[in-house]
Design a protein. Sequence first.
Length: 195
Amino acid sequence: MKKHLWTIALNKEGKILNIELVSIGSQNKNIAEPNDVFRVPLYKISTYLIIVHNYVGDNPSPSEDDIDTTDRLVQGGEILNVEIIDHVIVTEKNFYSFEENGIMDELKNSDRYATAHVYKNRMKRDFEDLKIKAAQSVEKLVKEQKDEWEKRGEKRGEKRGMEQTVRGFHKGGISLEKIAIITKKSVEEIKRIIS
């Protein structure tokens, strides 16, 4: 049985635009050249691409060659604005998904085949993420500072209100002891306020 490599091209909404048999390889090797893999997806103006190929036998685990080929295609897709979202290996009884096993995230951050264009895009994304995080940090800091100012203002307001109340009671002829009981302050604090 020979290996078959298929691509499933999708638009930005995830709708399938095209399913194509890209290559038929030998039992041991599948030829997946980027120009063959991306030809139709580019023509169809695809946003996402899933790569699928079969294995002879029951173990669908990827070989180093599968991982290396996918790495090359992921980096090429970044240049062409066609994101490889998964590579699925199927056997007669089982399958293996690079995405489900965390390999796609590793390959999207791989430097092995990254070009200057890829690095520029990564830096642009990282800068945008940094701007968002900085804006969130500033927003949080401003809110905390505002809350602190409001608390200080409330305390000042409470203090001024208390002082006015004590002075009003004193002018009204209420004794210092009674003012202390009403305001829950000591007589000494009352004396300081009215002096």
